[in-house]
Unconditional design. Structure first.
Length: 89
């Protein structure tokens, strides 16, 4: 049984259907962008510890760690979902 081949419109190459990538360059770039956004959210969440265990540091309860970082991480997850679900032509 012969493999069904399709012609890639942009380069004119014969590519079997089972060897084509499920995601194109735009999707991979969007996936990488979402990953970068998520990592930046985790970087926003770091810090705020105390050197002395007897002293409590209130810096770990600031706006950046409690609000901004989770919002950035959720935005990165939304970008990841969009990159996976979107069909680029």
């Amino acid at each position: 049984m012969d493999k069904k081949t399709t012609y890639a419109k942009d380069k004119g190459l014969n590519v079997p259907d089972d060897e084509r990538m499920a995601m194109g360059k735009k999707g991979l770039r969007l996936l990488l962008a979402g990953l970068i956004v998520m990592v930046s959210g985790y970087m926003l969440m770091t810090g705020g510890g105390s050197d002395d265990p007897a002293v409590f540091n209130y810096a770990m309860f600031d706006f950046r760690r409690l609000v901004a970082a989770p919002v950035v991480i959720v935005a990165g997850v939304i970008v990841e979902i969009a990159a996976i679900m979107k069909i680029f032509k």
